[in-house]
Ligand binder design. Structure first.
Ligand code: ADP
Length: 573
């Protein structure tokens, strides 16, 4: 069918020129209609197709011949949400035009989502009514936005999953830290016995024991020290993970601290002929940071450098200042580290497998650590506002390419006191350090120490250490402890927080609140070393905290210092 069979020449057109121009215009119009990106279909009032444009043939993939005379309905998909042909027809009769969304069905059963504009016109030639349907194919937009919607739904699902996982991870992490706190207590309690008894034997029974047995006891003592270190490392890692690592900042001479740490390792370095070459320029400024934690950084880096280097090699330690930052480098001539391990070695519990298999001329590398050292070092450095990274030429068979550990830290790290309790704890320790000497008080009668502790072995070991200088009272639970405190008014109470029944914190608060007992200093004597536990001890009214396992001589020394302080500041509290 030709386009002009449905057109109407404008009225008043006369003369051949005019007619020619008009027919040219109409031909142009016909071309536009044919090739517009819109699908145009004209039907009889009953829906039989009288005209389709070229775009309709392309979109629906049917030829004009195929479509002419067939009902338009055949090319519409009738599903819920889209109107039927009858519905469209009815609505067209209601007004000037009608707009809706429709689904057109192509030859290959392909569905096209279209926006339809439909209206009725009258053919001026035969005065018959015709229906004009103009479709705009919006399949791509609709599918795009459907996909976007799907993606959004997927994202929402992933998001809620992440939130669920995150909550679960937090719960697991809390469980883990509770577990670590309990485990550290449970490990430290038997460790107290092992360490305490073996200390006593090593200190006082050498002559009475068979040398072989004595050596075995020494080995037990060393094993207890190692285990103690591992427990403390695990606790440090938890503190770092939970952002609870507290620092006590002071001005530090970093080169001197580094030299002290090297000195500690001299036994191993000399044995393996490994030299430490220190490159510290004179007049370096002091570093404002936590001394003990920085010592831990040096100790870990230096012992790793030793551990993974061959005999007769050199370790270069350099400290310099650039742009208000300390740059510390530790360079070894050891086995090296692969590039893809650079980040992983700073993860807790991560060890590179090959390190364990390495050995040197004199001794096997002590590769089997716990994989905690570098994660603690990183935590400490970052807590000081610094960074740590490693460089190495990688690992090569039978070669020692070496590694360089780099640290940068601000000269004046911005470290605040974390809370008043911690400050009080440090100040108390400072008092001890700078305060009176541990000279024995001139006393007529021995001071009385009351242990309130269910851990019989710890009490027995402590008593063995203290019995010459003090009278010892022991209560195995809080209620008895309270009774003995009232009856005997001891000079000092050593109190465990973990007690059956009335726990240590509540007991301490009661002692503080009573007229008869409020002047007795209470020192917590516990294996728990989590910061919140220590804070709870101070919050309940304790003056100090002694960590199990303890060293006998240190315990004695500390108790004397506390008693001396009590003498100065009584009435206590
Ligand atoms: P560990 O206490 O087991 O030594 P670290 O966290 O200190 O654990 O180190 C993690 C791992 O990084 C080590 O097991 C070792 O594989 C690797 N590593 C650390 N320092 C060095 C070094 N100087 N040279 C080569 N490998 C190293």
């Amino acid at each position: 069918m030709a386009v002009n069979s449905i057109h109407n020449l404008p009225e008043g057109s006369n003369g051949p020129e005019h007619t020619l121009r008009e027919s040219k215009d109409l031909a142009l119009l016909a071309r536009i209609v044919e090739h517009t990106p819109l699908v145009i279909i004209v039907t009889e009032p009953d829906g039989a197709i009288r005209y389709v444009n070229a775009t309709a043939q392309t979109v629906l993939e049917y030829s004009r011949q195929h479509m002419l005379g067939t009902p338009l309905e055949r090319y519409l998909v009738e599903i819920e949400g889209y109107p039927s042909f009858q519905e469209v027809r009815r609505r067209m009769g209601e007004g000037d035009g009608f707009q809706t969304r429709l689904l057109l069905l192509g030859n290959g059963n392909e569905e096209h989502v279209c926006l339809l504009n439909a209206f009725e016109i009258k053919n001026d030639i035969d005065k018959r009514e015709l229906l004009v349907f103009i479709f705009r194919d919006i399949t791509t937009e609709v599918r795009g936005s459907e996909q976007l919607e799907m993606k959004n739904i997927e994202m929402a699902k992933i998001n809620s999953e992440l939130i669920r996982n995150n909550t679960e991870l937090k719960r697991i992490s809390e469980l883990k830290s509770n577990f670590l706190s309990i485990a550290s207590h449970e490990l430290k309690t038997p460790l107290t016995s092992i360490k305490g008894y073996s200390d006593i034997i090593i200190d006082g029974m050498k002559d009475k024991l068979d040398p072989d047995i004595y050596r075995m006891i020494e080995s037990i003592n060393r094993a207890a020290d190692r285990l103690h270190k591992v427990v403390n490392n695990i606790l440090d890692v938890t503190r770092i993970e939970q952002k609870r690592l507290r620092l006590k900042p002071e001005h530090i001479d970093l080169p001197a601290l580094a030299r002290e740490s090297i000195e500690e390792l001299v036994h191993f370095s000399v044995k393996r002929s490994i030299s430490f070459d220190c490159r510290f320029p004179p007049d370096l400024p002091t570093f404002f940071g936590d001394r003990l934690r920085m010592q831990q950084v040096f100790a870990n880096l230096f012992s790793n450098a030793l551990k993974f280097s061959p005999d007769k090699s050199a370790i270069v330690v350099a400290i310099e200042v650039k742009d208000r930052l300390f740059h510390i480098t530790v360079k070894d001539q050891g086995i090296g580290i692969d590039k893809n391990e650079y980040a992983k070695i700073f993860d807790p519990f991560y060890e590179i497998g090959s390190a364990n298999r390495h050995s040197t001329d004199v001794s096997k590398f002590m590769g089997g650590g716990t994989g905690l050292g570098l994660s603690i070092v990183k935590g400490i450095i970052e807590r000081h506002g610094g960074q740590i990274w490693v460089e190495s030429e990688g690992v090569r068979e039978n070669e020692y390419p070496g590694s360089v550990f780099h640290i940068t830290v601000p000269i004046e790290a911005e470290i605040s006191w974390d809370d008043d309790e911690t400050k009080a704890l440090f100040l108390a320790k400072d008092d001890e350090k700078h305060g009176q000497s541990a000279e024995v008080m001139a006393v007529e009668k021995k001071p009385v120490i009351l242990f309130i502790d269910a851990d019989k072995e710890a009490v027995e070991i402590a008593s063995m250490t203290l019995q010459n200088a003090f009278d010892i009272l022991v209560a195995e639970n809080g209620e008895n402890g309270l009774q003995l405190s009232f009856d005997h008014h001891p000079d000092l109470i050593l109190l465990d927080s973990y007690l059956p029944g009335l726990d240590g914190y509540r007991l301490c608060r009661i002692l503080r609140s009573q007229e008869e007992t409020r002047d007795i200093p209470v020192v917590f004597f516990s294996a728990g070393t989590q910061n919140d536990e220590i804070q709870k001890c101070f919050a309940s009214g304790a003056i100090d905290f002694i960590v199990k396992p303890f060293n006998g001589r240190e315990l004695l020394d500390k108790i004397w210092r506390l008693l001396m302080r009590k003498k100065e500041i009584t009435p206590f509290g």
